[in-house]
Design a protein around this ligand. Structure first.
Ligand code: IYR
Length: 223
C-alpha cells in the first residue's frame, strides 16, 4: 500500500455578506439553464469541451476512483452513426416499449424518436460509467458508488457548459449498449448519458415548465 499523504486545505473565508451575494447570483445563473432539443450547427472550439470535461472531473467520487470516461465526438460521420443507432432504439421504445405511465409524463416535453440534436450539435459527449478498475496487483476490482459519482460529474459538466454560455441536453437512448460498440469502449464501461453540446438554434424552443418551490423539494429540522 502507498503511504497516505495529506496537504493543507486551500480555503479562504468568504464574508457572510459576500456568501449571500454569490449564492443569489449562482441561483439566478442556474435558474436560466434550460434543456433544449434545438441546436445550431455552429462550431464550438474543442478547448471549451475539454474544460467542461475537466469541470466534470472535479466531482467527488467513491474512494476517489473517478469512475468516468467522457467520450467527446465532433466527427460528423460518427455522430451520424450514433444518431442512426439511437433512433433505431428510440423508435422501438416510443412505438412498443413505452408504458402509458411513462408516455403521459413525456407528452408535455414533446420528445419523440427523432434525434436531430445528435447530428446538429457540433459536439456529442457520451459519459461512460466504469463499474470496475484495474488494481495495482493486476486484478480487476469494483468501483464504488459509480452511479452516484457519475451523476455528480454529469451535473458539474452540465453546469460548466451552461456557465460558459452554451447549451446541452441529457439524452438517454434506451438501451444504450450500442454506444460501447460504436465508440469502442471496454466491457466495464457503461454508457450513461449522451450530451449534445453547442449553441442553441436561432429558433430554439423549450417547454413552458415550472420548477418546484423550495417547500416542495425540502424539509428543514431547525435548531
Ligand atoms: N430516452 C428517450 C425517452 C425520454 C425519457 C425521459 I425519462 C425523458 O425525460 C426524455 C426522453 C428519449 O431520449 O427520447
Amino acid at each position: 500500500m502507498e503511504d497516505q499523504s495529506f496537504v493543507p486545505l486551500s480555503w479562504t473565508e468568504v464574508p457572510l455578506e459576500e456568501m449571500h451575494l454569490r449564492s443569489k447570483e449562482l441561483l439566478e445563473v442556474m435558474h436560466k439553464r434550460r434543456t433544449t432539443r434545438h441546436f445550431s450547427t455552429r462550431e464550438v472550439p474543442k478547448e471549451l469541451i475539454e474544460r467542461a470535461i475537466l469541470c466534470g472531473g472535479t466531482a467527488p467520487s467513491g474512494a476517489h476512483l473517478q469512475p468516468w470516461t467522457f467520450v467527446a465526438i465532433s466527427s460528423q460521420e460518427l455522430k451520424q452513426k450514433i444518431r442512426e443507432a439511437a433512433e433505431a432504439e428510440e423508435r422501438k421504445t416510443y412505438q412498443d416499449r413505452m408504458p402509458d405511465a411513462w408516455r403521459e409524463v413525456l407528452q408535455p416535453l414533446g420528445t419523440d424518436a427523432v434525434k436531430e440534436h445528435l447530428t446538429d450539435a457540433p459536439w456529442v459527449v457520451v459519459l461512460f460509467r466504469q463499474s470496475k478498475r484495474l488494481r495495482p496487483n493486476g486484478e480487476w476490482g469494483p468501483t464504488y458508488y459509480s452511479s452516484e459519482s457519475c451523476g455528480i460529474a454529469a451535473g458539474m459538466f452540465i453546469h460548466a457548459i451552461h456557465n460558459m454560455g452554451l447549451v446541452t441536453l441529457t439524452h438517454t437512448p434506451s438501451p444504450m449498449g450500442f454506444l460501447r460498440d460504436i465508440l469502442n469502449r471496454p466491457d466495464h464501461e457503461h454508457a450513461m448519458l449522451v450530451l449534445p453540446v453547442g449553441y442553441p438554434a436561432d429558433d430554439a424552443e423549450v417547454p413552458d415548465l415550472e420548477r418546484k418551490s423550495l417547500d416542495e423539494i425540502s424539509i428543514f429540522f431547525e435548531a
